[in-house]
Design a protein around this ligand. Structure first.
Ligand SMILES: Nc1ncnc2c1ncn2[C@@H]1O[C@H](COP(=O)(O)OP(=O)(O)OP(=O)(O)O)[C@@H](O)[C@H]1O
Length: 514
């Protein structure tokens, strides 16, 4: 099977066998980009963007101009290659001629942090052509979210309010919605006036991750509600009918959509993207793609960013923290993300590192165990450079874009090549250089080599830290371990006091991620 096989495996789906090779394209300067709206061009220039990256050029060619959006797009392009703008720009350009505000584009992402990041990209460009962008991620209360997504039309030419009159039609307050699946389903099920009736574009970002988890069947629900002949169940429901699709009580228009000047969008266009896009036919079938076009970078299935260098550090298991501290000392104040295998080890490792007074850098923890507000604050400080090192669980692995990250360290070996690619991809973004270090126990070296062979460039030399530096850290390490033990004991006692079983910590985490 293609999904399980290594790099040379042949994709099973016929349309995947003849992809558009994005790596053969050049960047395109904005002034040469055909059909671009001058307002968007100016906005991009103000953002410091003077040309489009190859994947953005490829998507633009397939979406803007003659034959635009004829096919659904499946995009497999390396981390940091600019996939967000690749879909955001054509969508914003295409909607820039809309006359009436309806919810026309839906972008779904697996996590709240990623959704916030993508919303920022849309917010940077959409207002310049009069479009508004909404967010449905559960960051604020559902009531606040609803008031930002749905509005009552203003009374026109009538100043009096007639209580006998039917309630005015609710309207979308946004043209584009960025959402996580859970909150999207909340609005579909219970927000009055929230409708996908006019949806023209559906983006499924980090597709392989989103397809892995069903999230209350959000995808079949969205697809069903946007079918051309989708008919509201309310129009034919028997009295005892319990609505499955909550607030959506509309018939999707077949053929020409309303609200566009001289253009029509007869079907929902889908764009699905990832740096590690699945090739599993059964998974892709869930998307119900229309005549899909596969855009990929090069012949190999997995590709690293061009300027990424990978290194391995081979060390004794119990001395790993010392190797890490020594490595961090070498890296100085460079922005670095340290990945661990779990939220618990993230917390412990971060606590331990902060007991090393020899490290004159600010180190913070970032994991799904923390509250959203804490995570956002940490991320902000990291972006600003007030924090130099983030110790993170896989909450940071996918899609997160922080400018200037120079190094990624896998404190624990990633279990899959996909995990390696996404973690390493937090550096060497947008054509910049970056390094990925992986700490390995001797018995892991072989497995790690096999794992890297699944990607295009699997050269990974050994990185050595000076033994003198390791020796000098021993006594601090022993003292730091003692302090860590005390902290862990006191935290465990605190949890016991409030009657929290270890399993409940996991439940609490799930609640926060909702
Ligand atoms: N045309 C461009 N010119 C300059 N910078 C750009 C351009 N397009 C995108 N960028 C920058 O490149 C960085 C990476 O973009 P983006 O986050 O979209 O990558 P990605 O391909 O989605 O990565 P991942 O697979 O990790 O999610 C961002 O900081 C973005 O601002």
């Amino acid at each position: 099977m293609a999904e399980k096989g290594n790099v040379e495996s042949v994709p099973v789906l016929p349309w995947m066998r003849s992809p558009v090779d994005v790596s053969l394209l050049e960047e395109c300067q904005l002034h040469r980009l055909p059909f671009i709206d001058p307002r968007l061009k100016e906005t991009l220039q103000k953002m410091g963007i003077s040309s489009l990256f190859p994947v953005q050029v490829a998507v633009w060619q397939e979406t803007i101009g003659p034959g635009s959006f004829e096919r659904d797009l499946c995009i497999n392009s390396p981390t940091g290659s600019g996939k967000t703008l690749a879909y955001a720009l054509p969508i914003v350009q295409a909607l820039s001629t809309r006359a009436v505000k309806y919810l026309r584009a839906l972008v779904v992402l697996p996590t709240r942090d990623l959704a916030l990041q993508v919303k920022d990209v849309f917010d940077a460009i959409a207002p310049s052509v009069g479009l508004s962008v909404g967010l449905a991620v559960g960051q604020s209360s559902i009531a606040d979210e609803i008031s930002n997504l749905v509005m009552r039309p203003k009374h026109q030419g009538c100043t009096c309010y007639d209580p006998e009159a039917p309630p005015p039609e609710l309207q979308s307050a946004v043209d584009i919605l960025v959402a996580t699946p859970g909150r999207l389903m909340d609005h579909i099920n219970s927000t009055k006036g929230f409708t996908l009736e006019h949806l023209c574009y559906l983006v499924v970002d980090e597709t392989d991750r989103l397809l892995r988890e069903a999230y209350q069947s959000w995808l079949p629900t969205v697809l069903r509600m946007t079918e051309a002949n989708y008919q509201s169940i309310s129009s034919s429901k028997p009295d005892c009918f319990i609505p499955l699709f909550g607030s959506l009580e509309t018939i999707r228009k077949c053929g020409v959509e309303r609200g566009f000047k001289g253009r029509c969008y007869p079907r929902l266009v889908k764009m699905v993207l990832s740096a590690t896009l699945t090739r599993d036919p059964s998974k892709l079938a869930q998307l119900n793609l229309h005549h899909p076009l596969f855009l990929t970078a090069g012949k190999r299935r997995y590709r690293f960013p061009e300027k990424l260098e990978s290194y391995k550090l081979i060390c004794e298991s119990k001395l790993k923290p010392i190797y890490l501290v020594s490595l961090l000392q070498n890296l100085g104040e460079e922005k670095t993300i340290v990945f661990t295998s779990s939220v618990e080890s993230t917390h412990r490792l971060c606590t331990l590192l902060n007991f090393f007074s020899d490290l004159n850098i600010k180190i913070k923890e970032y994991s799904g165990l923390q509250r959203q507000s804490v995570r956002s604050k940490t991320l902000k400080a990291f972006r600003k450079g007030d924090v130099q090192v983030l110790v993170s669980s896989d909450a940071m692995t996918r899609g997160m874009d922080v400018e200037g990250v120079k190094n990624v360290i896998n404190y624990d070996m990633p279990p899959y090549i996909k995990t390696y690619i996404h973690r390493a991809g937090r550096t060497a973004r947008a054509g910049q250089s970056g390094r990925c270090f992986t700490l390995l126990r001797k018995e892991e070296v072989k497995r790690f080599k096999k794992l890297l062979q699944k990607a295009d460039d699997n050269s990974c030399p050994v990185y050595s830290v000076p033994s003198s530096s390791l020796e000098s850290l021993h006594s601090t390490y022993t003292a730091a371990l003692e302090r860590l033990k005390e902290v862990v004991e006191s935290e465990t006692a605190k949890k016991r006091k409030i009657g929290m079983k270890p399993s409940q910590v996991g439940d609490q985490k799930k609640q926060r991620e909702k």
